[in-house]
Design a protein around this ligand. Structure first.
Ligand code: PLP
Length: 474
């Protein structure tokens, strides 16, 4: 492709994206295809001869788009959001255009220094105490793995890096902790058997006394307790584990304290939500995802550590071909995580923070919380509906409950979810809370307004009437 064609298609594609976002509401939120349907339309063999952009773009519209699920749709209430913004999209375009790989300071000094600065901005924006250093990771899963690896090294005096793990280290979390912790435990060599599930309270948050008990039991049995993961906004119900008492227990027993605020951390932009970080001074590491609720294109995960020395000592490598004369004076982010090569992710954060301002970002979060509270209120008032967990952030867990038995209710609510999603106008997902099938309604898409949340509620209610009649209790 020559430069003039690049210009032409570049403009055309930006127009396409603008049209897409403008008309996204007309599409069904979820792709309406069956497994294999898209693959069947793709040739089995790669093209031997070059194809023209026109044909490729045509097929993109014809074959690929029907198989896309629309995360930026205002009716997106599933999982958690992965919202973006025009500003972030433009920055991604520039990042791709420059095509720099920021493994070391010299490989793009601005990439390193901008990352350093925007991470410090983020730290201040959410009220994380001074003294934490930030680095961008691809995802919270990776950040949590980095925390597990750093904790493993600290607990073994950096012996595991050299000789492998020789004595089991135990890890503490709750049944509500994100599955990425378990994945990290497998990868980092802790062993799944050494994960202890600490009981939760009635609001699904960690019970600190139970944590203390589990640690003491393990110590008495000859285990070495090493890591506790607190979650600020669990995936199932957005429960907030209490950092203060957990932090006291962790420091008393010398455990690494990691907080996973992948979704919830963004809420701390607003002073009224800062309570979720009460006790943060005791943290060893903390992660939250601007790519979830802070208008920044996937992927961009903000990882903060209290002691970058431990992080660097866990990961650093010094092959001759990467050495540079400025190494003693600069940050080489390749030593702050798992990957060597790094995308220039700081640019989109910089664009987002500058174009919304902290005030704009706060207003954005507040509005979503207001809409979630509105929905919660409707669900609480409606006969035959009930709310199943506190909603401190933008998630409401609810179900239909007309008094039939628990097993029948689970079947009924599964049918309710299917009926709601069959509308194509909203997309909700589910979880199980204390054995109860619960529908999750998240407000977090940039385009979601009050009218969309009202529409979602109308659909939920209509579906509720339908499935109740269809599944009348025997
Ligand atoms: C989404 C989520 C994760 C995983 O995030 P990735 O960035 O996709 O790895 C981890 N923890 C919690 C609490 C989450 O909500």
């Amino acid at each position: 492709m020559d430069n003039s064609q690049f210009r032409r298609y570049g403009h055309e594609f930006v127009d396409w994206i603008a049209d897409y976002l403008e008309t996204i509401e007309k599409r069904p939120v979820r792709a309406v295809v069956s497994p294999g349907e898209i693959a069947a339309r793709l040739p089995a063999e790669p093209p031997e001869k070059a194809e023209r952009m026109e044909e490729i773009f045509n097929d993109f519209n014809k074959i690929i788009m029907p198989g896309m699920t629309h995360w930026q749709h205002p009716g997106w209430h599933a999982y958690f959001p992965a919202n973006n913004s025009p500003e972030s999209i433009l920055a991604e375009l520039l990042t791709a255009g420059i095509g720099a790989q920021g493994m070391s300071w010299v490989t793009s000094p601005a990439a390193t220094e901008l990352e350093d600065r925007v991470m410090e901005w983020l730290r201040k924006m959410i009220g994380l105490p001074e003294g934490f250093s930030g680095v961008i990771q691809d995802t919270a899963s990776t950040a949590t793995l980095c925390a597990l690896l750093s904790a493993r090294e600290r607990a073994t005096g950096f012996e595991a890096n050299e000789k492998g793990l020789r004595r089991p280290l135990t890890v503490y979390a709750t049944s509500e902790t994100h599955s990425s912790l378990e994945k990290g435990i497998k990868i980092a060599g802790y062993g799944r058997e050494n994960l202890r599930l600490v009981p939760v309270d009635s609001g699904f948050a960690m019970n600190p006394e139970a944590l203390q008990g589990a640690i003491l039991r393990d110590k008495a049995a000859g285990f070495q307790p090493a890591f506790v993961a607190a979650t600020l906004g669990t995936t199932s119900s957005s429960a907030i584990d209490p950092l203060k008492p957990i932090g006291e227990i962790a420091s008393r027993h010398g455990l690494w304290l990691h907080a996973d605020g992948a979704y919830g951390g963004t809420a701390a932009l607003c002073p009224e939500n800062r309570w979720i970080l009460d006790g943060a001074e005791k943290l060893d590491s903390f992660v939250f995802n601007p790519h979830k609720w802070m208008l920044t294109n996937f992927d961009c995960s903000a990882y903060f550590v209290k002691d970058p020395g431990t992080l660097i000592r866990t990961f650093e490598i010094h092959p001759e071909y990467l050495k540079t004369g400025v190494d003693p004076y600069v940050k080489n982010y390749r030593d702050w995580g798992i990957q060597l090569g790094r995308r220039f992710r700081a640019l989109k954060l910089w664009f987002v923070i500058r174009s919304y301002g902290v005030e704009g970002l706060r207003a954005f979060v507040r509005e979503h919380q207001r809409l979630a509270r509105l929905f919660r209120g409707w669900a609480m008032e409606e006969p035959d509906f009930e709310v199943l967990a506190p909603s401190p952030l933008g998630l409401v867990c609810f179900r239909l409950n007309d008094g039939r038995g628990e097993e029948a209710l689970n079947r009924l609510n599964r049918a309710l979810l299917d009926d709601i999603n069959a509308s194509g106008r909203v997309f909700l997902t589910h979880t199980v809370l204390g054995g109860r099938f619960a529908l999750r309604m998240v407000v977090g898409s940039r385009l979601t307004q009050e009218r969309h949340v009202r529409l979602a509620w109308d659909i939920v209610r209509a579906s509720g009437r339908r499935v109740k009649a269809e599944f009348s209790p025997a």
